[in-house]
Design a protein around this ligand. Structure first.
Ligand SMILES: *Cc1c(COP(=O)(O)O)cnc(C)c1O
Length: 398
């Protein structure tokens, strides 16, 4: 790592958090893609058993570690202020790997009531089949986290800002509660960065989103301490087997180099689009953490370095508007996912989400309905000229 004088800043760490050095091929300035699945092994240096390899040992087999993925892991660890990181084939593989590694029958998990639907489904289905109890609670108020803890609670999992309505949770306050109770905290930070600074034990990203940024590779990562990362690598990566493909690792590492610059433009464009949507008479609520009208604007300003390109809005007769937008939008694509160079919009209906994924108790379900109505339009504002984005919405919304 380049280090002259003080610590490097985020805009530099995404490029220089780790050098793409490979002892065998010299020092290329850009990262090489190493697609080899296994590596020459010297029994004199390594010993005859792979168990002797250790965390810093030579590369051996790509499901364990791979030079291209390792470069990405070191850069993400640097960016997140963590000692180490472990990459996975997708964000879901990272979350499921963490849960299965950290929790056993009889343990209890607390998670945000509003979170990525796949994460809620894993907690409700796979975890409960394994005898792991899960409590979903509104983590936007830390008091609810404290109230949900049991003697058997091993992990609190928080997503902030949370898909799809961009509800925030106060990481520092929740970390204090967890620490006092001796419980670990993982934060799905796909839409933001650096929860470890605020006291989280694990930061998770779907690399598929902003970090890759171009919509052409799936990946996931968990950053944490070196000891935990070594154990996590063995238990959740090597054993479960969802290793990141080296070509995907290369695309994501390449995307990471421009992450801070892209996010600056995502945020600027989102401000233009959020202002436009807020003033539109046809729409109801507009949620963007950078709007003074966001219910948690103060927390957003305290906790987020960048308000991101994610906006949600509600409108009367959402299903009809969804069909209309899918047909008429020309710059926005009507498609799922987020964090790409291109702008995306997708309508997320409330009742199927509550029924199939969140499965909230009636009071919590009503609270979600009050924010989301019949459904929310999730907007991922891309890097196009903001005037074209606003004009596209204008002609399509009418
Ligand atoms: C997309 C997403 C995931 C899942 O990631 P994949 O790479 O699609 O498996 C998890 N959490 C959040 C917040 C996401 O947006």
């Amino acid at each position: 790592m380049l280090q002259s004088g003080g610590p490097l800043r985020l805009g530099t760490l995404s490029l220089h958090g780790a050098d793409p050095v490979d002892r065998a091929i010299g020092s290329p300035v850009a990262a090489p893609i190493v697609t080899a699945t296994s590596f020459y092994t010297d029994p004199e240096a390594v010993g005859l058993s792979p168990a002797d390899l250790g965390a810093d040992g030579p590369f051996f087999y790509t499901r364990w570690a791979n030079p291209t993925a390792a470069l990405l892991e070191r850069r993400i660890a640097a960016l997140e202020g963590a000692e180490a990181a472990v990459c996975f084939a997708s964000g879901m593989a990272a979350v499921a790997g963490l849960f299965l590694w950290r929790l056993k029958a009889g343990d209890h998990l607390v998670l945000s009531d509003i979170c990525y639907p796949g994460v809620a489904e894993v907690a409700h289905d796979a975890m409960s089949r394994l005898g792991i109890a899960a409590t979903v609670t509104d983590t936007s108020d830390p008091v609810n986290v404290a109230a949900a803890l049991r003697p058997t609670t091993r992990l609190v999992h928080v997503e902030t800002p949370a898909n799809p309505i961009l509800k925030l949770s106060d990481i520092a306050a929740i970390a204090r509660i967890c620490r006092a109770a001796g419980i670990e905290l993982s934060v799905d930070s796909t839409i933001a960065t650096r929860p470890i600074d605020l006291g989280a034990d694990y930061v998770i990203h779907s690399l598929t989103k902003y970090i890759c940024g171009h919509g052409d590779a799936l990946g996931g990562v968990i950053a944490t301490t070196a000891d935990k990362a070594a154990d996590l690598r063995k238990e959740a990566l090597i054993h479960h087997g969802a290793a990141l493909n080296p070509v995907a690792a290369w695309l994501i590492a390449r995307g990471l180099e421009t992450l801070p610059i892209r996010l600056r433009v995502h945020e600027e464009n989102a401000r233009r689009v959020a202002d436009y949507l807020s003033a539109h008479s046809r729409l109801d609520a507009v949620y963007w953490p950078g709007l003074a009208s966001h219910p948690q604007y103060e927390l957003a300003r305290r906790q987020m370095r960048n308000f991101s390109g994610m906006i949600a809005f509600t409108a009367k007769d959402g299903p009809a508007l969804a069909r209309r937008l899918a047909k008429r939008l020309r710059v926005f694509s009507y498609a799922v996912s987020l964090g790409k160079t291109k702008s995306l919009i997708f309508y997320i209906q409330t009742e199927p989400l509550l029924r199939g994924s969140f499965r909230l108790a009636s009071e919590a379900a009503d609270a979600y309905r009050r924010l989301a109505g019949d459904g929310v339009f999730r907007v991922s504002v891309g890097l196009e000229d903001p005037a074209d984005l606003v004009a596209d919405l204008e002609q399509a919304l009418g």
